[in-house]
Design a protein around this ligand. Sequence first.
Ligand SMILES: CC(C)(COP(=O)(O)OP(=O)(O)OC[C@H]1O[C@@H](n2cnc3c(N)ncnc32)[C@H](O)[C@@H]1OP(=O)(O)O)[C@@H](O)C(=O)NCCC(=O)NCCS
Length: 168
Amino acid sequence: MKLNLKKLSTDDGRMIYDMLQEIESNDNGFHNAVKGMSYEECKIWLRKNADMSEGIGLKEWMVPQTSYWMFIGEMPVGYGRIRHFLNDNLEANSGHIGYAIPSSHRGKGYGNELLALLLKECDKLKISTVQIGANKNNERSNKVIVNNAGILVKETCTKNIYLIYRLL
Ligand SMILES: CC(C)(COP(=O)(O)OP(=O)(O)OC[C@H]1O[C@@H](n2cnc3c(N)ncnc32)[C@H](O)[C@@H]1OP(=O)(O)O)[C@@H](O)C(=O)NCCC(=O)NCCS
């Protein structure tokens, strides 16, 4: 069945909440604030994230960021987010994209598909050089990035930093 992405919305409900409980709060370097939140707290979080995508309510150190859910049919099987541009900290230590697959759906090829779909969203945001960081010991994520044409350009103590060149 075809996988597709939908942008985070304040109308998102239980299925998204339940999926987010299957991703650790720090899952190999991917931060998931919703892990352990109540459903009501999640609703407030959705509002903040919808605003963040529009550049509303950002702290000084933040850049606009859009979150996406990946679906197979009606079932959510992935979470990705794209920062619209990099500030100095993001450029030095991570990048534009973060992504995660809920634990019960890992190892089915969805990680490769999720990054491919997020790169298409980067195209819409006119990000021609996409930077992504992965923890050095995160074998799956490093594979996902290389499978999506990632070129290793830099290493920090803990991370591999990749660039992906897009033809816009
Ligand atoms: C990283 C992550 C998104 C990968 O998603 P996934 O659906 O499990 O990955 P896929 O099934 O698409 O497999 C990706 C690659 O990892 C490989 N892989 C799968 N299981 C593996 C394992 N146990 N050890 C090493 N590699 C493994 C696959 O073979 C595949 O490579 P290939 O296509 O070249 O064969 C997922 O594991 C995850 O959510 N991890 C926690 C969050 C995270 O690490 N996010 C990335 C940091 S921002």
